[in-house]
Design a protein around this ligand. Sequence first.
Ligand SMILES: Nc1ncnc2c1ncn2[C@@H]1O[C@H](COP(=O)(O)OP(=O)(O)OP(=O)(O)O)[C@@H](O)[C@H]1O
Ligand SMILES: [Mg+2]
Length: 496
Amino acid sequence: MIKMQNIWKSFGSNQVLKDVSITINDGEICALIGENGAGKSTLMNILGGVLPADAGTIYLNGKPVQFANPAESMNAGIAFIHQELNLINDLPVFENMFLGREIRGKWGRLDLEAMMEKTAEMFRRMNLELDPRAMVRDLDASYKQIVEICRAIMMDASVIIMDEPTTSLTEPEIRRVFQMMETLRDQGVGIIFISHKLNEVMDICERYMVLRDGELVAEGKVRDVTTDDLARFMVGHDVRTEQLTRSVRLGEEVLRVEDLTHRTAFRKVSFSVRSGEILGFTGLLGDGRSELFQAIFGAEEILSGRVWLEGREVKIQSTGHALALGVGYLPRNRKENGIIKDMNILENASIVTWPLFAKRGVIDKTRQQALFAEQREQLGIRLQRITDSINTLSGGNQQKVVLAKWLGARPKVLILDNPTQGVDVGAKEEIYDIILDLAEEGMAIIVLSSEAQEVIRLCDRALVMYQGQIQGEVSGITMNEHDIMRLATGGLLDAS
Ligand SMILES: Nc1ncnc2c1ncn2[C@@H]1O[C@H](COP(=O)(O)OP(=O)(O)OP(=O)(O)O)[C@@H](O)[C@H]1O
Ligand SMILES: [Mg+2]
């Protein structure tokens, strides 16, 4: 059993945790929820030995403990799956699985064979087709997430902290992770589960704890509440979640793709999107949708196929080239492709809108700041100073900054891969509203998402991919999760 008592933490003048006390019992899955920037990761970083608390005590099975670094927390039996993935790119998967707890054989030599065997066995149990020898750098974000989860599960920990473990996973993987969590719970492991997907919380957790502005404002049994209740605890007021409907006025075709084929990831993909339309792309892990758009933007080689923009054939070389053509692209993985770590918040937010503010190479700082101030307000971006490093923002707030830069850029076609990853319920609604407004104004928008609910709420129609091909299309008010899942797993819809 873990108890964190009267925990305080500030960053400079920013008081982030205010007298927070929580308990996690053995054999219990407990949700820790709250808006972006509420202090969830900070609290867990203290438990994981990543950050020191300013005040407060941690008790492990009744005894006070102190963790000066992550290794001490890990040795005490606490496994931590970080929100921002924490693997070493230059090592193969199986070595990553045993970082800090390598298996050694005779004379202290690394027993690679044993580590590989154990990893392979774990993947078999998870029903994963993943080569333990693959280099981490070659893995897609979702696989990296799964590797982190497997690593934590393999540690024989007594407590597991899962900070948004499911952001880039799809339904079947999430189910598998949940099954593992239930097995561990039944073995007496305590699990702290952080997620912005409240239906996941309802599914897997027995208890919830809500942080708002660094204070514990609510806790209780999940079976006594609804997702609307949880959303209200987090935000402090009701959150609208009803279906969005709008009258779509479609304009001219803006982007057309014909018979695009890749060596391995996808083949013979054709689609088009019109001005004013919101087109969804969804499917399971490995469906090829992210690679498809990387290829359209010149980052992946294609074997054949053609792309037209407003009726003219184009060969996009890079995202910069795409922007010059009026096509914006938010890639899937924020940490690797979305943010520039050495830049501050404002610079990150305006990196693609610079041309709008620059006259003869000089940036109009007043306009740049005014636009960002507006976006910050709209999206509820929580920050101290716009000149602070982007690293000082919570995960969800970083995502909002990355989105802000594209929403402000006003391209003709905007492609958003996994746009609301890690964004809290209130801000998600704001983002949906902004996307709908942009479509009303005539922008063509493509949303790649693994959340069927998101696709249904936002898109006018959606293409479901399966193993690199478009398996089928769903559209209008008849879109439902069942049909999407059917297509995503290789089935077909009833012809009716
Ligand atoms: N290294 C840091 N330096 C300065 N401020 C920080 C740092 N890390 C976090 N903060 C601030 O602490 C506050 C809480 O951040 P935290 O990451 O704990 O939020 P969170 O609840 O995990 O949010 P999210 O849902 O977006 O992940 C935020 O205001 C954030 O800007
Ligand atoms: Mg966080």
